[in-house]
Design a protein. Structure first.
Length: 615
């Protein structure tokens, strides 16, 4: 994996490919490369490191080609190197291929091809694909790719070009996202529409087991539901075209030093966008497609939430909300473990998948497993048209806008807001009174302004970051609704600053972590005035008795806590289920400033990718 861009049309291809790669840099990568068709054969240029390094390598190349593909790689098989970078080319330098995903039977295919005389120059699983295409090529690139993919087990989003079939880019998808961009006399392919927004906002999202043939005049497709990909070529894809609702300006930094900083500050707006049009002052919530599942929701007995990382933390907050106010049993599962433990899906079970990108491979696999076992499937996603959104039977789009920083911020708070709306929606069907629901809606309406209040006091958190930026370990503790916030605060810090951080329920501190506390290990408590406040104060006393430094996130007006801790940052008062939206903002800012002061690449932290599309 990580990023694909391809083009066929009348324009010079290199500037389009390089611009597209730069738009994909936020996803995280370790190498990059391009391949394009010229009269002498395929020209393939690759580089380890940033796209800028690739651009410098290309300065001496003359290119008049109008057909090409490019890739940013995030290593799965093989270390970052020129040989392991994409595109991969065949032995005659006439076919080039880029690929996201994992070929699970690559070892068997490699052995088979080596016996047939093919020589491998990389350690990647992808290289088997280009040799398979060469093996079956008889003048028609789509036919060759179709035959090759019939031998493949695994996931892929890929694009391939050939000097001997030079006026097309052939693409295919199975489990790894791919979209075709439609233009006038030109077509694009990309794994992320951000790469092509300067050229078109009309796209077709490929389905699993679908192959498309792109020429400058048209797009044709076939499916792998038959023995050969290319058996039923037809031109019905245009009816599926969608218009992208955001633009290039929304993914620019707008004067902020980093995308992450910008996205933290966008949260008042992103929260409003998640709420907009979905609630009224009488406590009624409108969730559109959820009404289509009214019958399934009437028999709802249990909700299983499947998610990974930050989305899993949002799911934990949702569990607390849904059980308290909608009175529905909820379990939150790591999606990566869900389908490997033979889960019990009873009648009346709804499986809710949460994913910012809507492409998270483990979450998608869990969703498919749930469908196979008869569950009603719903989703909470940010990216319109994403695979999880399309695979589920209904769901909620966050409308938080594009999130470019690898460490999720605004998507997390919007996920909580969406789960809160779902809670009120289901709660009204399970005995939540109109007055209580109306009060809950009123409290949610106040949240964007309260978030803005926190953001205006960022300097205090920057000063705290200066004090603790050299820490080697940080412990985050919370209880109730704020336990998931402790997990999320620790995750943000370790993701972008590379400081070891752990989140725990505050009561669990005595069952191990208390042994780690010294004067050199800061402890962050989320200590808002809620139902667990008295217990949290006791936990703070335990840390102070062992010489620990305590940073508290507390409720405005709480003077008592100031006497017990070393530092306090106040957040506005809110009802308990909404405190996580407010308490996580200072933790996001603290992590951000500590990472910046340590010289870390905040938007593209090492070893991480924005959209994890391999298991």
């Amino acid at each position: 994996m990580c990023g694909i861009i391809g083009y066929v049309g009348d324009k010079e291809v290199l500037p389009i490919l390089i611009e597209g790669l730069k738009r994909l840099e936020y996803r995280g990568y370790d190498s990059a490369g391009v391949a394009y068709i010229n009269p002498e054969g395929i020209t393939c240029v690759k580089s380890v490191g940033k796209v800028e390094a690739l651009s410098r390598r290309l300065e001496g190349y003359k290119c008049q080609s109008t057909v090409g593909i490019a890739h940013t790689r995030w290593a799965t098989h093989g270390l970052p190197s020129i040989n392991n970078a994409h595109p991969h080319i065949d032995r005659h330098q006439k076919i080039a291929l880029v690929h996201n995903g994992i070929i699970e039977n690559h070892g068997y295919l490699r052995s088979m091809l080596e016996r047939d005389g093919y020589r491998f120059v990389s350690d990647t699983d992808t290289e088997v694909l280009v040799h398979l295409v060469e093996k079956y090529f008889r003048g028609d690139l789509s036919h060759a790719l179709g035959k090759a993919l019939c031998e493949v087990e695994g996931t892929y989003g890929l694009a391939v070009i050939s000097q001997d079939d030079p006026e097309k880019v052939v693409v295919a998808r199975c489990g790894s996202p791919l979209a075709v961009g439609l233009g006038e006399g030109e077509h694009f392919v990309t794994s992320d529409v951000a790469a092509i927004l300067n050229h078109t906002r009309k796209v077709i999202y490929l389905e699993d087991h679908e192959l498309a043939v792109l020429t400058k005049k048209k797009v044709e497709n076939a499916t792998t539901s038959v023995s050969m990909y290319t058996e039923h070529l037809h031109c019905d894809m245009y009816s599926r075209a969608e218009e992208i609702q955001w633009n290039v300006e929304q993914i620019e930094k707008k004067g902020y030093r980093h995308f992450m900083h910008k996205e933290i500050h966008e949260q008042p707006e992103s929260l409003l966008n998640t709420m907009r049009g979905r609630m009224d002052r009488d406590g009624n919530v409108r969730l559109g497609v959820f009404f289509e599942k009214e019958e399934a929701l009437k028999s709802l007995k249990r909700i299983l939430i499947v998610a990974c990382g930050t989305s899993w933390h949002a799911g934990l907050v949702g569990e607390y909300m849904l059980e308290e106010f909608a009175r529905i049993p909820v379990e939150v599962e790591y999606a990566s473990e869900f389908r490997y433990r033979k889960p019990i899906i009873e009648e009346g079970t709804v499986v809710l998948a949460i994913s910012q990108s809507g492409e998270t491979a483990d979450t998608l696999a869990a969703l498919k497993e749930a469908k196979k076992r008869g569950a009603t499937t719903l989703s909470v996603c940010n990216v319109v048209g994403s695979t999880i959104a399309r695979e589920s039977e209904g769901g909620i789009y966050l409308h938080a806008g594009p999130e470019i920083g690898v460490a999720s911020t605004k998507a997390f708070t919007s996920q909580i807001a969406a789960l809160y709306l779902l809670t009120v929606f289901l709660g009204r069907r399970n005995g939540l009174g109109e007055g209580d629901a109306s009060d809950m809606i009123k409290a949610l309406r106040e949240i964007p302004e309260q978030v803005d209040n926190i953001l205006h006091r960022e300097k205090q958190l920057e000063d705290l970051a200066e004090l603790y930026k050299d820490s080697e370990n940080v412990l985050y503790l919370g209880r109730g609704y704020n336990f998931p916030v402790a997990l999320e605060g620790a995750l943000k810090l370790k993701e972008i600053s590379y400081i070891h951080a752990e989140g725990y329920p505050a009561a669990e501190m005595k069952h191990g972590p208390i042994a780690l506390i010294t004067k050199d290990m800061p402890v962050v408590f989320i200590a808002t005035r809620d139902s667990t406040y008295g217990k949290i104060l006791g936990n703070i006393e335990e840390v102070k008795a062992r010489g620990g430094k305590v940073i508290a996130i507390a409720t405005h007006g709480d003077r008592e806590i100031r006497k017990k801790v070393d530092h306090v940052f106040y957040i506005p008062e809110a009802i308990e289920p909404l405190t996580p939206i407010l308490s996580v903002i200072p933790l996001q800012l603290l992590a951000y400033h500590m990472a910046v002061m340590r010289g870390c690449d905040v938007d593209k932290p090492r070893n991480l990718a924005k959209s994890v599309t391999v298991e």
